[in-house]
Design a protein around this ligand. Structure first.
Ligand SMILES: [Zn+2]
Length: 192
């Protein structure tokens, strides 16, 4: 049975690396995969999923208005798909996650979604909330805090390196940086 998988983590846990390795595993067996990433992520060339260890692949883009069922059906009409892999899945809407579950249940194509669980205020992203609720399998990708504990939270630092406590969930075009930390150090960073 095809399944909906959610690989979740804090920042810099190697999500894109795992995604690209998974895609490669399908492709070397001659299977066709579809890669998707959020158009909001402009760190790299448009339509690219790039890993920090230096590998990358072309990807289709989605935003909040993308009809994923139509996009995926169009791909299937061209040629059979063996797997769909989605980077930046925290930016999916709740409706898009539901649409992906329909692809799994009706087209029997596995969907692997990779995303950050919580934002810099410790709140779930919409896509991650829906994926935590609707996925068949939840897989945590681990990374470490500077103290050596598992990092589960993300803090946003402004240009001065000071933790940001308020603001939009997604900062577009800003110079803020993100740091993955354990819960204890997250609390210390955002405390007034
Ligand atoms: Zn820590």
């Amino acid at each position: 049975m095809a399944k909906l998988y959610f690989y979740y983590s804090a920042m810099n846990a190697g999500k894109s690396t795992v995604l690209l390795q998974s895609a490669h595993n399908y492709q070397e067996r001659g299977m066709r995969v579809l890669l998707l990433t959020a158009s909001i992520d402009d760190r790299f060339e448009t339509g690219q999923i790039a890993s920090r260890i230096g590998i990358s692949a072309e990807a289709c883009l989605f935003d909040n208005d993308t009809d994923l069922v139509a996009l995926i059906q169009n791909e299937i009409n061209q040629q059979r798909l063996s797997c769909i892999l989605i980077d930046e899945a925290q930016f999916l809407t709740k409706e898009q996650v539901y649409a992906l579950s329909e692809i799994v249940d009706k087209q029997h194509i596995p969907v692997l979604a990779f995303g950050i669980r919580t934002d810099f205020q410790g709140e779930l992203f919409e896509g991650s909330q829906a994926l935590l609720a609707w996925s068949d399998k939840l897989i945590e990708l681990k990374t470490v805090c500077h103290c050596g504990s598992k990092a589960t939270m993300v803090i946003r630092l402004n240009e001065q390196g000071t933790p940001v406590k308020e603001g939009a969930q997604v900062e577009i075009g800003g110079n803020d940086r993100y740091l993955s930390v354990c819960r204890k150090h997250f609390k210390e960073a955002v405390r007034d």
